[in-house]
Design a protein around this ligand. Structure first.
Ligand code: FAD
Ligand code: NAP
Length: 564
């Protein structure tokens, strides 16, 4: 008989990942407990309550596929559901599958230590709990560790400081206030049009302009919802074959962007612009993220759209991105972002021209001006992919912490596990497609895969599962091969860790595509989990990783590469 504090698995985090992991393991007869820092479920959608927060993958796509009744019965109101609705959805999932009884809220996991004698993890929390589990599963989120920037004088600010990723539950009314927003990523793009409507004055501090595409959000009519639900099986199957794990993106134009004549290219771009969002542009052309010339062609179209939407030509030019290629930072999806700058009460400050000197009690001082403010919004992003893991003292074999092992950048096999940390799984960890995909697709794939490993281990009566040390360099080499084929490596993005001072410059997510990744995982499982050791014994992974990726490359791209 197990005591109260012993489980087959401890799961950290109660977002999309932790909730499905718990449900899946329960269904297989494992005992599991979720530990969550927040006082309720939701993860991203619990914390990011800033005005305008909503998904950028269409709601019907950005949702669980594991339960047919759930996907048929849940009603999404908008093409891109707002944060409160996604949170309600996850709360509904928790209730529907009776998950809360196995979730401990308001508890932060501080430490996880592997005991090589018992072959179990000891997990301890800030509430003083200690759990013992054969498996420790990190559903801690890729974008859950908020980046509070180290700007001189930040603590001197006399007004309220808000973090988009840690927004007050009661909401904020900016009526009558002068508001300063630092950052121009997705969170700022979504929130500033609403803040501008309330505030007396809004000053937006831009260090790097981003590529922004209109959402064209709308309330989904009942007939459209019905039609989508009727074809859900097809949508989900398409997502499995989509490089970004999405069932609703516009099909790829079968000719390279660089090969289209000007009229056809413009017409194709207008068609995509009319659809909007990631739906319209992710995977639009096979050469878009591979060939700078293709990217530049699309970028010129975006620049013209900015000039059309922003009336003041000087402001428009400041908003046009340069220095990084489209897609190499996450495309932002907007409702009224550029129109912000046509309002009398909104000002754009270009920090490249006039950097922030310091923050003072009364506002933000740049090299030129003091911009007075009553409230300061930090839309400054996250210590992505590794931040939440680094905050936990994870000690594996030999007592080394994971953060120490990853000092020069994350080292994993499949972005799922790290050698020396047996039975520790990372849901959508660095080195997996994760943030380059519809995250719910990637989360479901990882959860199912982890559950498959645990079932196999139980059947074999095995105790210990971890990557062979040689699997990691092979995986990293393959990751780098994939990334180096794209324009992504040249951007100072959070994918590269560039937004956090001192963070190693490594391209963290796997960019070989969701289907290639899934196929690799499946082949590894079919081969008895080659590349992993089970109770110390394992076969090397003899899979041609690059071939898996190249096999799924669009024909037109292969032909162009061969011709070159
Ligand atoms: P999270 O939802 O981040 O949950 C992790 C949980 O772990 C959190 O609740 C956190 O409190 C908890 N936790 C972390 N560390 C500890 C600890 N030590 N102890 C206890 N608890 C801990 N992705 C998309 O694909 N499409 C989108 O449209 C999209 N929109 C986004 C919008 C915003 C504003 C942000 C920030 C991200 C968005 N993402 C989107 C990415 C999003 O993070 C994922 O889609 C998904 O919600 C991640 O789920 P998760 O369960 O893996 O992690
Ligand atoms: P982000 O994309 O990292 O943007 C942060 C912004 O803050 C950037 O403009 C950055 O400038 C700026 N910044 C950071 N530190 C600064 C400093 N010290 N001084 C001045 N400016 C500074 O973060 P985010 O907007 O929260 O988005 C993160 C990710 O979450 C997105 O890429 C997306 O994956 C997800 N997300 C999705 C949605 C959605 O549409 N569903 C909404 C929000 C977030 P630099 O670019 O120069 O570093």
């Amino acid at each position: 008989m197990m005591s109260d504090r012993e489980y087959d698995a401890i799961i950290v985090g109660a977002g999309f990942a932790g909730l499905y992991m718990l449900h899946k393991l329960r269904g297989l007869g494992f005992t599991a407990r979720v530990i969550e820092a927040a006082d309720d479920v939701g993860g991203t959608w619990y914390w990011n309550r800033y005005p305008g927060a909503r998904c950028d993958i269409e709601s019907f796509d950005y949702s669980y596929s594991f339960d047919e009744d759930l996907q048929q019965e849940w009603e999404w109101s908008e093409r891109y559901a707002p944060q409160p609705e996604i949170l309600r959805y996850l709360q509904h999932v928790a209730e529907r599958f009776d998950l809360r009884r196995d979730i401990q809220f308001e508890t932060r996991v501080e430490r996880a230590s592997w005991n090589d004698d018992t072959k179990r993890w000891t997990i301890t929390t800030d509430a003083g709990d200690s759990f013992s589990a054969q498996y420790c599963i990190m559903g801690t989120g890729c974008l859950s560790s908020f980046n509070r920037p180290d700007i001189a004088g930040l603590d001197d600010f006399a007004g309220r400081v808000y973090l988009t990723g840690h927004w007050p539950h009661e909401g904020v009314d900016f009526t009558g206030q002068r508001v300063a927003v630092i950052g121009t990523g997705s969170s700022a793009v979504q929130s500033t049009p609403i803040i501008a409507e309330q505030a007396d004055q809004l000053t937006i501090f831009q260090r790097t302009p981003n590529y922004v595409v209109p959402a064209h959000n709308y309330e989904v009519p009942a007939e459209e919802a019905q039609a989508i639900k009727q074809s859900y099986a097809e949508l989900r199957a398409t997502a499995q074959e989509s490089s970004v794990g999405s069932g609703r993106t516009l099909p790829r134009t079968p000719v390279l962007a660089t090969k289209l004549d000007e009229d056809t290219f413009q017409a194709d771009m207008e068609r995509r612009w009319a659809v909007g969002g990631l739906v319209g542009f992710v995977g639009a052309y096979a050469d878009l993220i591979m060939d700078p010339a293709a990217a530049q062609r699309v970028e010129a179209f975006f620049a013209d759209k900015i000039r059309e939407r922003v009336k003041d030509p000087e402001t428009a030019e400041k908003l046009i991105p340069s220095g990084h290629h489209i897609m190499s930072k996450r495309l932002c999806v907007d409702t009224g972002y550029y129109e912000n700058f046509n309002r009398d009460n909104v000002e754009l400050v270009d920090l490249k021209a006039t950097p922030i000197d310091r923050i003072e009690a009364g506002g933000v001082r740049t090299s030129e001006h003091l911009y007075e403010a009553d409230a300061l919004v930090l839309a400054t992003g996250f210590d992505a992919m590794t931040g939440a893991l680094d905050k936990i003292e994870i000690r594996g074999k030999g007592n080394q912490t994971l953060a120490e092992k990853w000092e020069s950048g994350p080292i994993t096999f499949l972005g799922l596990m790290s050698a020396g940390y047996p039975n520790l799984f990372l849901v959508t960890g660095p080195g997996s497609p994760s943030v380059l995909t519809n995250m719910v697709s990637s989360i479901e794939q990882h959860v199912d895969y982890i559950a498959g490993i645990m079932s196999m281990m139980r059947e074999r009566g095995a105790q210990e599962f971890e990557p062979l040390p040689a699997s990691e360099p092979a995986w990293i080499t393959h990751n780098n091969t994939a990334a180096e084929m794209t324009t992504y490596m040249q951007a100072n993005s959070w994918y590269m860790g560039a937004n956090i001072p001192g963070k190693p410059s490594i391209f963290m997510p796997y960019i070989g595509g969701f289907p290639a990744y899934r196929n690799i995982c499946d082949e590894i499982a079919d081969k008895g989990y080659c590349g992993f050791a089970i109770d110390g014994e394992g076969q090397p992974c003899d899979i041609d990783l690059d071939d898996h990726m190249m096999r799924l490359m669009p024909e037109e791209l292969i032909e162009a590469m061969e011709a070159a």
